[in-house]
Each structure stands twice: as C-alpha cells, then as structure tokens.
Design a protein around this ligand. Sequence first.
Ligand code: AMX
Length: 443
Amino acid sequence: MACKLLVRKFQSLRVILEEKITVNRERVAKLRRDNGETVIDQITADQIVKGMRGMRALVNETSTLDPYSGIKFRGLTIPECQARLPKKHNQPLPESVYWLLLTGDIPTPSQAEELRSELASRASLPQHIEDMLNSLPKSLHPMVQLSIGVNSLCEGNQFDKAFKSDCKRADYWKSALEDALNLVAKIPRIAAIIYRNAFKDGKICAPSQSCDLAENLGRMLGWDDPNFFELLRLYLTLHSDHEGGNVSAHTTHLVGSGLCDVFRSYSSGLNALAGPLHGLANQEVLKWLIELWKIVGDNPTEDDIRKYVEGTMKKGQVVPGYGHAVLRVPDPRFLIELEYKKNYIQNDPLLNIVELCYKVIPDMLKQQGKAKNPYPNVDAGSGALLHHYGLREYEFFTVLFGVSRAIGCSASQVWDRALLLPIERPISLTLESLEELVQQAKS
Ligand code: AMX
C-alpha cells in the first residue's frame, strides 16, 4: 500500500514534467528550424582570452542572473520565493525550491510535501558507501570527500541502465530525474558523515522520514536547534542555483553533455566549486573575518576595518566575499543574510563586523579601481551566520554550498536531457590563430 502511494506521488511530478517537456521540446525544434542560423551576438577577442567571459552561449532553464537585480529562480527573485513558496516556519522548504526549479511552477503545499516525503524516503546511503566514507582520512579536505561520496553514488544509476538498454533518447530524462532525486536526497547524509568524521566523534543519527531536507541535514550534523534548521532552510535556498555559466554549474553541464550520469557530472561540478575564487570563498571569508576579529576585537571602528583591509590589498590578495563576475550591485543574497541577522539574531560581534565591512569595503575597492563589482557576494555573510549557530569548522562550509547547489545542478541536468541538448563542443584557438582572426576582422 505504502509502496503504491509512493509511486503515485512520484508520478505527479513526472506527469507535470512530461507535459512541460513536450511543449518545450517543440519550442526548441521550432527555434532551430526557423532561426537556427540567426546571429544574436558577437564575441570580442577579450572575451575569448577571458574564458568566454559574458558570452551568451548556453541554454539553462532553471534560473537567470541579472547584473542589477540578481538571481531569479524560474523568474522569481529570492524575496518572491520567500513570499510565495510553501514554507516551514518562515523560510521556503528547500523541497519547494527544487519543485520550482524542476517544473517552473510554484508547488502547492501538498506537492511540496509529496516531494519532501519522496526525498526523505531516499535519504539513506548503501552501507558500503558509508563504510567507504568512514575509511577516508580525516585530513582529506571535506570537499574532496564530498566529491568522492557523490561520485560513488553512480554505482547502479538509472541513467546508465537506460542508456545501455533500448531506452529511447527522448526518454532519458526519466532516468535522469530518478538519479537527480537520489542525489538531492542522499547528499545531506554524505555531507553529515564527512562532518561527523572530520570534526566530531564519527557518530551520526539516522535520517528521519518526517523531517525536511534542512532539518534532516541539521540533525545529522548533530544540532537540535530549530533556529539552526531555519538558517539551513535559508542557506539551501540561497545557494541552490545561480544560472548556468558559473564554474560549478557549467562543469556539471559540460560533463553531463557527454552523457555522464548526474552523480559523476555533479562530482566534477563539486571539484569546480572547491576553487577559492568560487565556492571555497565562504571558507576563505570566515578565516579572514576571524583573523580580523582577533586583531580588532568586539567593537571595532570603521578605521580598524580599513587598516586590516588595506593590509589584505597590500599583500596583493583579493578581499574574500567581495566582487562578482556578473553582479554589479550588492548580491541580493547577501542582503537577505543581513535581513536574517536583523530578524533572528540580536547581537553577534562577528556578524556586526560583517555589517561594518559592508560599510567600508565597497568604497575601498572603488578607490582601488580594479574590481568591476566592489560589493559583497553571498559568501560575505553566510559563514558568519553558520558561526553564530556554532558551526565553526570553516573547511566544511563549501560542503554545505555543495549540498545546496545539487538542487539547481541536478534540476538543470534533467532539463539538459529533456531538451535533448547535445555534447558541448566549442572550438579553442591558439594565440597565433586569434591574432590572425583579429587582423582579418579589422581588414
Ligand atoms: N578584492 C580585490 N581585488 C579584486 C576583488 C576583490 N574582492 N575582486 C576583483 N578584484 C580584482 C581582480 O583580482 C582583478 O585584478 P587584476 O586585473 O589585477 O587581475 C580585477 O579586480 C578585475 O576583476 P573583476 O573583473 O572585477 O573580477 P572577476 O570577474 O575576474 O572575478 C571574482 C570575480 C568573484 C572571482 C573576484 O571578484 C574575486 O576574486 N573575489 C573574491 C573571491 C570571492 O569572493 N569569490 C566568490 C564569488 C562568488 C561565488 O562564486 N561563490
């Protein structure tokens, strides 16, 4: 009986997706048939040297990023998501964000509950994966462990089975969806095992059938604090997706385009996320803030902060948590972090320093005149919020980012299969051929 119910519940997501996929495949076919050769953009030599910078050259359905208004999940800003998506307490359920990214629809409370229960039913790991994670050296960076853990989930994945069987290409998305749901359901447990092994006593509670993704994650990490679960709901929402061109999403898409399953694709995306200019920045921010705090104490002045930032700049280092390749305003996700602090946290010296930095650093970066965006990004505040609730092992922070980004990257891969997107294959140029092309273009 319970089994039948699960199948029916799962189909409601499938049926909705099937209808939308049929419509969107038609759109792609029409676009290519009628306008496949239409030129819509130009590319400069500078963009090529800077790694396809700003080039509009990928299809990604789940979110868009505007330099001035920030991220939109299926057309909704994060405040709109917070207002309209089914919530637990005051924050959207990460499951409702996942439903939105997968389908483009705001789920009803019962649909969000269907997905919550579906994911909770898949949250445990095979014993051999737990044993493998437990055998990894504690000193191995948590992001490497996460990538290994996610890679290992590929054993017996549904997509490979479909590929090796006589499944039609048009139906690949169905097995990709199965794998995507497994990834999002299981990655919190991988993350929690890594945390408990690396920083605690290695003991971990089982995932609960009745909790949402965030609460299950928080409990498995070892917390019993509803406010921390609330922060995790916010965290998982804020980091879930950031359009398709960022390093981790693009890597996942690229690897997936060769028809790797979502586990191997996202494991590659996690290695991409682990770079200090990308997802590792939240770890770097907290390290940097703690150093600053040690030097300036609990009640610093703006001048104290300025002196410390000058020191960072003089060493030729970037100020972590500031700047962005696309955004040209303070990251709306950072502003939501500040809002969260205002609503939930009375007084916290480190978070006060984060606010003071926001007053001081943008002007300093403007004066320095290099960074195109002198404003804070999402990483400027996330670590200090986790620190407030006692999660202080900053080497773990990017793992949480990775748990969250699985939501967007896996939803995108379902759509890559749904739209029958082909293998990605741009052409690279030697410096000599680029110089020749520039001359030809000018003559
Ligand atoms: N502090 C000091 N200098 C900075 C800076 C910062 N925060 N951000 C950019 N600059 C410098 C660059 O190093 C570059 O210097 P160069 O000309 O001497 O090489 C110059 O400003 C121009 O860079 P840009 O075009 O504005 O940035 P970018 O698009 O090349 O890089 C980013 C964007 C995010 C990598 C960069 O701003 C940075 O390194 N920031 C700090 C690290 C960080 O917070 N990363 C997190 C990003 C969000 C995420 O992915 N999670």
